[in-house]
Design a protein around this ligand. Structure first.
Ligand code: FIX
Ligand code: ZN
Length: 434
């Protein structure tokens, strides 16, 4: 039996080591394997070259978080959005680098993330020039680079977001049945239009051979269920997911209630797949900013409570975008074993908020949470997202273990390793398997 840890220094050191050594199962990203870079014919028959696997220094610097930030300092009156997006990627990166990294110190979390990533890759940017990094990235083989990043970030599996209503993505799955076979990546069936825009979802499913009407009648239910089963099987999806606006309500008599009750939840229950809800994103507050255009809004936790209560056979993951929702969501999770709260999403993925939210979650829910997901869009971001998150989770855990040690509770290194494994890995894996 290992000896008890009692001093703050010993506890902090053990926590840091346990977190560093524990591989992460990253439950939500927008990353793809190299198989998603093969050009495929799009709906008009033209070859669509836009690969899905993003990596390298120019992608890191042009992350949509940083596009939003550069428009704080060089407004659209000086550089119209269209003009920026029409520039080559390297010129976009040069623009962001100049204004956010050279002409002012890069202290925002997204800026700092680029620097942590380059540093951990061993790239020297002390002269603030991008040329050596660009040269280095040009020499990497994409598949080997996936291994390298996963090793540095200590991530053992990457969960994708596979939007079936996105034609570019859908065509890739249809063109190559083995596209999802890379063992480093797992698929998630993402179906936002089911709940956010049923008329469009129904029209598209009908075109694709799954006839659905605008009203949720028996035939439509059968057809939409078949569609879901078909794509769950094709993608080998490990869960089904949506992102929902702040206005989303369940149980208020909206059309989406029936989509939940008769289509999505029965199929998820039958396949024993969790349904993930990411709630609170209002899309397109400033549309020309594209991926950076979205806004946060207060969501309705009661809708999640109603779902968890009325569908005990279903399993739910939930994260919310508004800071103001976090406490109520934690309390909701205390009431329902079929609800797992996860991640500090997007505008919450900042040190001060991660610290606050993680502390509150652990105080209210103990170790039964998934404290973080990366939401990485660029492969290399796994490095900084998990490096920063491990440090923040570690600071919270060290405080909590110190409180425990002061009660006289015996605390061993093995205890800490076990707990850390739950947080970074097993809570997700076990909930999928439950
Ligand atoms: O809906 C989502 O999954 C969001 O995470 C993304 O749409 C968003 O653009 C993002 O990357 C946030 O981190
Ligand atoms: Zn996301």
């Amino acid at each position: 039996m290992s000896s008890s840890l009692t001093t703050p220094a010993a506890i902090a050191q053990t926590v840091t080591r346990a977190l560093a050594d524990q591989p992460v199962r990253d439950m939500h990203t927008h990353l793809y394997p190299p198989s998603f870079c093969t050009p495929v014919a799009n709906a008009t028959g033209k070859t669509d070259p836009a690969g899905f696997m993003l990596w390298g220094v120019d992608e890191l610097i042009t992350y949509h978080y940083l596009i939003a930030e550069v428009y704080r300092v060089v407004p659209a009156t000086q550089l119209p959005y269209e003009q920026f997006f029409n520039m080559p990627k390297s010129a976009q990166a040069d623009h962001i680098w100049k204004h956010l990294f050279i002409e002012r110190s890069p202290i925002s979390e997204a800026c700092r993330g680029v620097l942590t990533t380059l540093q951990k890759l061993g790239l020297d940017i002390s002269d603030k020039s991008l040329a050596p990094a660009r040269k280095w990235f040009a020499q990497q083989d994409p598949s080997q680079y996936v291994d390298k990043v996963m090793e540095i970030a200590n991530v053992d599996s990457i969960t994708m977001t596979n939007a079936v209503f996105d034609d570019n993505e859908r065509n890739r799955w249809l063109a190559d049945k083995s596209i999802g076979a890379d063992p480093r990546f797992q698929a998630v069936l993402r179906i936002d239009p089911f709940l956010c825009d049923w008329p469009t979802a129904a029209k598209k499913m009908t075109e694709w051979g799954f006839p659905c009407s605008q009203t949720i009648d028996d035939k439509t239910v059968e057809s939409a269920r078949k569609f879901l089963r078909h794509w769950i099987d094709l993608q080998k999806a490990i869960y089904v997911a949506v992102s929902l606006p702040p206005e989303f309500r369940y149980g208020a008599g909206h059309a989406s209630d029936k989509v939940f009750e008769r289509i999505i939840l029965p199929v998820c229950a039958e396949r024993n797949l969790p349904f993930a809800m990411m709630i609170g994103c209002r899309r397109g507050a400033n549309p020309p900013l594209r991926d950076a255009a979205d806004m946060v809004g207060l969501a309705d936790v009661q809708s999640v409570v109603t779902l968890c209560r009325d569908f005990p056979q279903n399993k739910f993951f939930c994260t919310m975008l508004a800071r103001e929702n976090q406490h109520e969501l934690c309390v909701a999770a205390r009431k329902f074993g079929n609800l797992v709260v996860f991640g500090c999403w997007w505008f919450l993925n900042n040190p001060s908020l991660i610290d606050e939210i993680t502390r509150m979650r652990i105080e209210l829910l103990g170790l039964s949470v998934i404290p973080q997901h990366s939401d990485a869009r660029v492969l290399d971001q796994l490095i900084y997202k998990w490096d920063h998150s491990r440090e923040l989770i570690g600071a919270v855990l060290a405080d909590k273990y110190n409180d425990l040690a002061r009660t006289g509770w015996p605390l061993s290194e093995a205890d800490i390793k076990r707990d850390v494994k739950l947080l970074l890995h097993d809570n997700f894996v076990d909930f999928l398997a439950r």
